[in-house]
Design a protein around this ligand. Structure first.
Ligand SMILES: Nc1nc2c(ncn2[C@@H]2O[C@H](COP(=O)(O)OP(=O)(O)OP(=O)(O)O)[C@@H](O)[C@H]2O)c(=O)[nH]1
Ligand SMILES: [Mg+2]
Length: 248
C-alpha cells in the first residue's frame, strides 16, 4: 500500500509548511502532492523549499490561475492515476481543518474490501471546533438536501477529507465530474456510489481555520444548489443516469 495525499492550495502560505511537516512525519510514510493555483501569497515557493528538503516525497503542480477546487482536484487525481506506484489517494484541506492524526487513523482502516474511507463530522464521535453556527447550519443543510435529493445514504457529503482506492477512481470517468467549487465533493460521492464503491464512514474532528481566508462564496453555494437540484430531477426521471454518466 502506498498513499498519496493531494492538497489543493490557494493562499495557504500561513499553513502549508506546518501541515506538510505534520503529514510527512506520520508513521504511514505518505507522499504529498500540492496543487496550487498561482497563489499571490507565494504558497508555491514555500512548497518548492519543502520539496527540496523532502526529495521524492513532496510534489507540486502549479496551475496558471485559480479556477476552483474542482479543477485543482481533477488535476491532482489525474496525476495520481498516472503514477501507479500509489494505491490510494487522500483529499485533504491545507488549512489545518483536517487533522493529520485523523488521517493516520483513516489509513489504518484501509483494507482491500474498502474502496473509500470518508471522514464524517456529523456522526457519533465526529466534532466541529470553532465553526460559527451559521457555517455549521449551511453545511448540515447542504448535506441533508444533497442526501435527500440524490438518495445517497451518506452523512457528510460536503466534507473533503477522504481516501479513495485506485481501483475505485479507475472505474470512474473523472472528466465527467465537472463541478468547479465544493460541489465537487458531493459529485464525487455520487460518482463513487454509482460505481458501487464500498464506503466506510468514520468520525473526524474538523477545526475552523486559524490562518488565511476562506474561499467559500455565494457563487460556490449557488453552483451546489443548482447542480444538486438538477441531479435530483435527473435521478427521478432516469434512475440509472448517474451510472451512465460516471461509470466506465
Ligand atoms: N488550488 C486551489 N485550491 C483551492 C481553491 N479554492 C479552495 N482551495 C483549497 O481548498 C481547501 C478548502 O478551501 P477552504 O477555503 O478552506 O474552504 P472551507 O474549508 O470550505 O472554508 P473555511 O471554513 O473558511 O476554511 C483549502 O486547502 C484551499 O486552499 C482553488 O480555487 N484552487
Ligand atoms: Mg477550510
Amino acid at each position: 500500500m502506498k498513499v498519496l495525499v493531494v492538497i489543493p492550495t490557494y493562499n495557504e502560505a500561513a499553513s502549508i509548511t506546518s501541515l506538510t511537516s505534520e503529514v510527512l512525519h506520520l508513521p504511514d510514510n505518505v507522499d504529498i502532492l500540492i496543487v496550487d493555483d498561482n497563489s499571490p501569497d507565494k504558497t508555491a515557493s514555500l512548497v518548492k523549499d519543502i520539496s527540496r528538503a523532502w526529495p521524492n516525497r513532496v510534489h507540486l503542480i502549479e496551475r496558471r490561475k485559480k479556477t476552483g477546487l474542482g479543477g485543482a482536484y481533477r488535476t491532482g487525481l489525474g496525476w495520481f492515476l498516472l503514477h501507479d506506484t500509489y494505491t490510494h489517494v487522500v483529499t485533504m484541506d491545507a488549512d489545518h481543518s483536517h487533522r493529520p492524526s485523523d488521517l493516520h487513523r483513516m489509513i489504518s482502516l484501509l483494507t482491500p474490501e474498502r474502496d473509500v474511507i470518508m471522514g464524517v463530522r456529523w456522526m457519533p464521535g465526529g466534532e466541529i471546533i470553532n465553526w460559527p453556527k451559521s457555517r455549521q447550519r449551511l453545511s448540515r443543510i447542504g448535506t441533508s438536501y444533497a442526501k435527500w435529493a440524490l438518495k445517497l445514504p451518506l452523512r457528510d457529503l460536503t466534507g473533503g477529507f477522504r481516501i479513495y482506492s485506485r481501483k475505485t477512481l479507475e472505474r470512474i470517468q473523472l472528466s465527467a465530474v465537472s463541478s468547479e467549487g465544493y460541489c465537487f465533493q458531493i459529485e464525487m460521492a455520487r460518482a463513487v456510489h454509482a460505481a458501487k464503491g464500498r464506503i466506510l464512514e468514520t468520525p473526524i474532528t474538523f477545526i475552523e481555520r486559524q490562518n488565511g481566508e476562506s474561499k467559500m462564496s455565494k457563487k460556490i453555494v449557488l453552483e451546489a444548489l443548482i447542480r444538486v437540484s438538477g441531479w435530483a430531477l435527473e435521478t427521478r426521471l432516469r434512475p440509472n443516469a448517474d451510472k451512465l454518466h460516471y461509470v466506465k
